[in-house]
Design a protein around this ligand. Structure first.
Ligand code: AP5
Ligand code: MG
Length: 189
């Protein structure tokens, strides 16, 4: 199964993917985590990547696709993958579709997690106190939400027109959200 998670910052993409890894036995590919790993290396590339993620802006589409394509070549991705926070633009969605088509495979489902803005802000400000992620401050959270609404939200229409979209209410408790996601997975597998 190849599954894309779409949801604003704080929707619970990472949280639910960690649970699904156990259930589906396929790897969790978070482009946010991959880019933060690049940021931790002290190179010119890492400073360039940091200039995007610390400002809450999207990294360039082709850079992200290159990182994902490299990861997809690993053996553990043969049977599927959970894409967390990727694709995030229509161009990335097309690049992914093209990449998979070249391999003779396709996405099975795009799952949208829906959570209202006030709740997202509260979750991220709470997480800031625990994890200290550089982009979890009020100003950058607002920018990330704006970027989501303008650049990523249109992906729901893209996947809906392919008949691949499922929507889950992400306002519920983590376990209930997970049960709803499992039902979508079972329906599609
Ligand atoms: P990324 O790391 O993907 O961050 P994000 O999309 O902003 O989302 P978060 O990781 O903040 O939230 P989440 O949905 O994973 O929620 P979580 O489970 O942690 O991207 C970071 C940056 O990298 C981007 O801004 C961009 O610069 C760059 N980037 C990444 N991908 C890119 C791409 N494809 N193209 C270009 N640039 C890219 O949950 C949040 C909190 O809420 C946690 O504390 C959790 O415990 C809590 N929580 C979770 N579920 C619930 C629940 N049901 N009830 C109550 N609390 C909950
Ligand atoms: Mg995340």
């Amino acid at each position: 199964m190849r599954l894309v998670f779409i949801g604003p910052p704080g929707a619970g993409k990472g949280t639910q993917c960690k649970r699904l890894v156990e259930f589906l036995k396929i790897p969790h590919l978070s482009t946010g985590e991959m880019l933060r790993a690049v940021k931790r290396q002290e190179t010119a590339l890492s400073r360039w990547v940091a200039s995007y993620i610390d400002a809450g802006k999207l990294a360039p589409d082709h850079l992200v696709m290159r990182i994902v394509a490299q990861r997809l070549q690993s053996d553990d991705c043969t049977n599927g993958a959970l894409f967390d926070g990727f694709p995030r633009t229509l161009i990335q969605a097309q690049l992914l579709d093209d990449y998979l088509a070249d391999q003779g495979i396709k996405l099975d489902m795009a799952l949208e997690l829906k959570v209202v803005e006030e709740e997202l802000i509260q979750r991220l400000l709470r997480r800031a106190q625990i994890d200290g992620r550089a982009d979890d401050n009020y100003e950058t959270i607002r920018e990330r939400l704006h970027v989501f609404n303008t650049q990523t939200a249109p992906l729901t229409e893209y996947y809906s027109s392919q008949g691949k979209l499922e929507q889950v209410d992400g306002m519920q408790a983590e376990e209930i959200v997970f049960e709803a996601i499992k039902q979508c997975v079972e329906k599609r597998s």
